[in-house]
Write a new protein. Structure first.
Length: 182
């Protein structure tokens, strides 16, 4: 290496830790201190973030209402099947429509005869739009007629009831299914 004459820059005090224009090598403990400071800062930021989430979470209402205990209320009254038309006040013009939905000739009329024999006013007896209905269903359009619909099921000895506006022309419509044939 080439030798240069000494000048004023070579007379740097030793306590500055400099050698020429370059710094002296860093002490070994300095890397551990930096890593410790970074770890401490990271831990503090994570802790503050978790604390902030806890505060935000406890203060937010996300729309889920707390469960409310329902007081024991009145049980819904059980509807009694009405099989005798003399026990209820039927409105003027009240008739029952019977539709044959099984496609078996005479099945609708035989069901209508059962209702007529029990003194129920049967109106139209005809075929349903579909001829592949399996289960007899009594449709009622007014919730007050549920007892009458249950009475029809009881008189026929089969079927289910359903509240529906599908047959708006009649208060009670019996759609006879294939189950009435057996």
């Amino acid at each position: 290496m080439a030798e240069y004459p000494s000048d004023r820059f070579d007379d740097v005090p030793a306590e500055l830790g400099r050698v020429g224009a370059h710094r002296a090598p860093a002490p070994r403990s300095r890397g551990g201190v930096i890593a410790g400071v970074i770890a401490l800062a990271t831990g503090m930021l994570v802790g503050l973030g978790l604390l902030a989430l806890q505060v935000i979470d406890s203060g937010l209402d996300l729309g889920t209402p707390p469960p409310v205990a329902q007081p024991p209320g009145e049980p819904e009254p059980e509807v009694t099947p009405v099989t005798d038309p003399a026990t209820v006040q039927l409105p003027e013009g009240f008739t029952i429509t019977v539709l044959n939905g099984a496609g078996i000739a005479g099945l609708g009329q035989s069901s209508a005869d059962v209702l007529t024999d029990a003194d129920w006013p049967v109106g139209a007896v005809t075929n349903a739009a579909s001829s592949d209905i399996e289960t007899t269903t009594v449709y009622y359009s007014n919730p007050a007629d549920e007892g009458i619909a249950l009475g029809m099921v009881e008189l026929l000895g089969l079927g289910t009831i359903e509240l529906s506006d599908a047959f708006a022309g009649a208060p009670i419509t019996v759609v006879v299914g294939a189950d009435a044939a057996g």
